[in-house]
Design a protein around this ligand. Sequence first.
Ligand code: GTP
Length: 330
Amino acid sequence: MFALVLVGGFGTRLRPLTEHTPKQMLPICGVPMIEWVASHLADHGIQEIGLALGYRPDAFRAAYPDGRIAGIPYKVAVEPEARGTAGAVRFAALEMQLKEPFLVLNGDVLTDLDIGALIEFHRKSHAEATIALQVVADPSRFGVVTTKDNGQVREFIEKPPAEASPSNTINAGTYVLNPSVIDRIPDTRPVSIERETFPEMALAGTLYAMKSDTYWLDTGTPEQFLEANLDVLHGRRQNKPELPLAAVEATAQVEDSVIGTGSHIDAQAIVKRSVLFNGCRISKGARVIDSVLSDDVYVGEGATIEGSVIGLGERIEAGVQLVDQTWPAP
Ligand code: GTP
């Protein structure tokens, strides 16, 4: 299924971060947000994506000049002016000539949602549109949704006051839409899918919703943006593109050392006065002191490397002690 990602908003709540950079090009642990979204889609078998662009469209094209994001080919539709979330869907769907049901994603949502299950639910319920739902503690910032047992949406209320919220189940920003939804969206003015299109479809009885309790985060505010980064560091995500950062576990000790990107220092490991190139793994309780490790070196649990130089891709097994050595030996 084709996936259309909405990435054209101004991201005003994240200013000044979004002053020069669109929100979805901001880094989450060093990887632009759009790559997180695209790699999640790739993990669920999506083979082509479209970007609905508006604010600073050139940032995306400049970052991915070979026409792929996280390995998936992409096309773009650039709105001449902000059209709102539904207007953006209409504009891009017509530009991209979408004739089959397609996915729509808010590009600022990070989730491990089972996309295949959502598509399956949509097909089985013969819905015109199906939205993924998430349960949150404070629904007042979101579109609140109530459903019948079969998933048919009874009510869709965008950002109700906390005390008036009929449930804490919210619109998670991932949808499957039949092409007929496009005809519901006027093209004479900006239209919000959350404020107009979905509430109207709920009244018409053609909107369905599927609940999910997987990882989900809307990154729209500075607090949530920070949380998105920490969630990756704390291993709360299933889906992960390759990270260019080094990771150092809380109980590891690193002093006077250079740690290359993609390296990982496990708990209770010690690294002192050493240089690690990229992609090294220092396992639990291992010690690396006064040493240089080339790319992709693996040091097993409790091993010691002291005053040594280790070559590309070498494996130093658990418990081994290498002192004043060049490895492999010349
Ligand atoms: P704020 O200004 O901080 O509210 O952020 P935002 O502009 O990103 O708005 P919001 O978070 O409500 O948008 C949800 C998703 O829709 C984001 O991925 C936006 O990039 C996208 N979006 C919002 N408005 C438009 C639009 O007019 N055109 C396009 N193409 N995308 C939009």
